[in-house]
Design a protein around this ligand. Structure first.
Ligand code: ZN
Length: 475
């Protein structure tokens, strides 16, 4: 089969062919039918979610000579020119490469002229958040009093980077990530129309890999077709997309979960020696543990080989969802502190060991508590059980454990993780010191000092000590 540019061929030309964004296309169609189009739109959403495609359809629909039910006819002279890209009333600007004030000034001068053949001059500005401050100011002047015959469609993956003054002048539409089912449906149509035979399992992998972006899904499909195969199997896709090698992730996760600090130290040394980028690795580890968690919840993890999946399953069979969640939070915090660290390797290594040891301490505590309650249950004197805990935990440690339990019960996981590495010391009848770890970074320090956080801590401490306590943070 010859190579076909599937993405271009199957780019929707009508609102009705857009996938997964009905909440947007319906509104736009109504506006066109009722001649109530706005002068400035903001399309925000992830890559491949259909922002530019929708903008192009809208640009044609407002100019089409025979619009049908709010859709462009795609057959009249104007639609044809627009589809060819030769209609000068529709301009597409990539703000990533044209981000200067001059580019926008050109537009400001241009907008004064009436459209040449259509009803509207439409400016589609892609990745608009990349504009310089000067360019934003120039654009704002135009948006403040746009001529009647001008429509701006601003598209961005990062709306939070836009000045409020711009946001407030636009009608905003948020594009959703496209669901796996919707992507599969669309891929099926494309395959049928292009005579591509494909296994359902393969479609599922493509849809999953594309992460809600139709463009990515189609480009993976395109790569398979370019391979020259007419029938695409699940196996082929796995090879093509490069299913992750997970042995090293499995190894280190196993050692962390079983609390083997010495092995984790060896693992991280091996990693550092292998020259792997530690930021990348930390991110992979977080994603991997997230996948382990997903595996506990559902079996729908298609990106792994069956044998790897079995190994993952074996790994998580002895481990709670809570522990996995906690690991994700802890490693995310570690990732944060690595970001600003001058000595990444040290932070990485000590961080992983701390996380490992925390887990094993918690296991021991849990075991002691469990033994204690079993003892009570089996009618052994409660004093024996109490002694058992006493041996392992000091008064301060017990208080800390209780605070941690309360934080967990109240889903304050960030505070939980931070306090886990802190000491809680009762220094006086009504005074508690919280001594934070030396490795606590500024972001977390600020987080703990927020009024909201302080209120939570105060409340938890009050519950544990049964009375109002003064709290002093020691950094
Ligand atoms: Zn038309």
């Amino acid at each position: 089969m010859a190579y076909v540019a599937l993405y271009r061929k199957f780019r929707p030309h009508n609102f009705r062919d857009m996938v997964g964004q009905e909440h947007i296309t319906k509104t736009l169609k109504n506006q066109i039918k009722n001649s109530r189009v706005a002068h400035a739109y903001l399309f925000s959403g992830g890559r491949g979610s259909g922002k530019t495609t929708t903008a192009k359809i809208l640009a044609r629909a407002v100019n089409c000579l025979n619009p049908i039910d709010g859709e462009p006819c795609n057959e009249c002279e104007i639609c044809k020119q627009a589809l060819e890209g030769s209609l000068i009333d529709i301009s597409e600007i990539d703000a990533a490469s044209n981000n200067g004030v001059d580019n926008i000034r050109d537009i400001r001068e241009e907008v004064e002229f009436i459209p040449t053949s259509g009803k509207y001059r439409v400016y589609i500005i892609d990745e608009v958040h990349m504009l310089s401050t000067g360019a934003f100011n120039a654009l704002l002047k135009t948006l403040e009093e746009p001529p009647k015959h001008v429509i701006f469609i601003l598209a961005t993956t990062e709306p939070q980077k836009l000045p409020v003054t711009i946001l407030s002048r636009c009608q905003r539409f948020d594009f959703k990530r496209i669901s796996i089912d919707d992507i599969i449906k669309r891929l099926k149509i494309i395959c049928t129309e292009s005579n591509i035979e494909i296994e359902d399992g393969a479609l599922k992998i493509i849809a999953k890999m594309s992460d809600g972006a139709m463009r990515d899904a189609i480009s993976i499909l395109e790569r398979c077709v370019a391979d020259g195969s007419e029938k695409i199997s699940e196996e082929q896709i796995r090879e093509l997309v490069g299913i992750p090698e997970i042995d090293y992730l499995l190894g280190i996760t196993k050692d962390i979960l079983s609390g083997e600090a010495a092995k984790v130290l060896q693992d991280s040394e091996n990693l550092i020696n292998s020259g792997k980028d530690l930021d990348v690795f930390t991110w992979e580890l977080i994603k991997f543990i997230r996948d382990l968690l997903m595996l506990q919840i559902s079996d729908n993890l298609v990106v792994y080989k069956d044998e790897d999946k079995a190994k993952m399953q074996a790994l998580v069979s002895n481990c709670t969802k809570e522990r996995l969640l906690e690991l994700i939070t802890e490693i995310s915090l570690l990732q944060n502190s690595m970001k600003w660290a001058t000595d990444k390797e040290v932070i990485f290594e000590t961080g992983l060991i701390r996380i490992t040891m925390n887990g094993s301490l918690e296991n021991k505590t849990a075991n002691v508590k469990q033994n204690a309650s079993q003892n009570v249950a089996s009618n052994t004197s409660a004093a024996v059980a109490a002694n058992a805990s006493e041996k392992v935990l000091s008064e301060d440690d017990k208080n800390k454990e209780e605070v941690l339990t309360l934080l967990k019960e109240n889903h304050k996981m960030i505070m939980h993780t931070i306090l886990k590495n802190a000491e809680i010391k009762k220094v006086d009848e009504d005074l508690v010191h919280i001594i934070f770890s030396k490795t606590l970074d500024d972001v977390n320090k600020q987080y703990m000092q927020k009024d909201d956080s302080k209120i939570v801590i105060k409340e938890m401490v009050k519950k544990v000590f049964d009375k109002e306590m003064k709290i002093k943070y020691v950094f």
